[in-house]
Ligand binder design. Structure first.
Ligand code: MG
Length: 219
């Protein structure tokens, strides 16, 4: 079947989460918390350790940071609310994504499926600046389904009015993205966060986002 739709993961696929988070944390530690922290760089690196690549939600991260850095003048809820409402202001795409999206939008229907909180993930995605060319945006908390559950991929396909075998899923997580989408009947493209990671189950691997339209046309 020819490919008619391309569906993307958000974190570390479209969104350069590492770079975005680093910029946000620099602002939070050197700007917002400037009178509270002796060494803002230590706060940033400890946040990144506790965050564990996004696996730990920020209520727990901030609770620990307040204790370890002795900044009880701030409540966890305040720091968390700032993260939830301001992170989008620092969101940047991975290199090559914007060009790839513009090219793909001319030939395919586009969708997003992200595991995460709503409306946090929708805001972060919209901040990247190309949401208007997407016809379906699904966030796990909003729809009550999480990748790798095949049902969330099928829901994405039905919103785009394509069959699963007419869609490609693009993501960086071998289990949640690649295994899940395969089980739902989609073709898959693996986007490694670093070039050493391999995912043999994927139909193709994209090391450089600018190459994505070409890779999809050859599936
Ligand atoms: Mg991801």
């Amino acid at each position: 079947m020819p490919v008619r739709a391309v569906i993307f993961d958000l974190d570390q696929t479209l969104l350069d989460r590492s770079a975005s988070l680093l910029e946000f944390l620099r602002w939070q530690s050197e700007g917002m918390l400037r009178s509270d922290l002796e060494n803002p760089a230590d706060f940033v690196s400890r946040f990144l350790e506790l965050d564990d690549n996004g696996r730990v939600w920020k209520d727990e991260v901030y609770r620990r940071l307040i204790e370890e850095f002795d900044i009880g003048r701030w409540r966890m809820e305040e720091l968390l609310a700032v993260y939830e409402s301001c992170f989008c202001g620092f969101c940047v795409s991975r290199t090559g994504v914007e060009q790839a999206i513009q090219e793909l939008a001319a030939n395919y229907r586009l969708g997003l499926i992200s595991n995460g909180k709503t409306p946090f993930q929708e805001r972060n995605f919209r901040a990247l600046g190309y949401a208007e060319v997407f016809d379906s945006i699904l966030v796990s908390e909003a729809v009550g389904l999480r990748k790798p559950d095949a049902r969330i991929f099928r829901l994405g396909c039905s919103e785009l009015e394509v069959a699963p075998d007419e869609a490609v899923y693009v993501g960086d997580n071998p289990i949640a993205d690649i295994k899940g989408a395969r089980e739902a009947g989609l073709r898959t493209i693996f986007v490694p966060v670093d070039s050493d990671t391999v995912c043999e189950e994927a139909d193709a691997t994209c090391n450089e986002m600018g190459a994505l339209p070409d890779l999809i046309s050859k599936l």
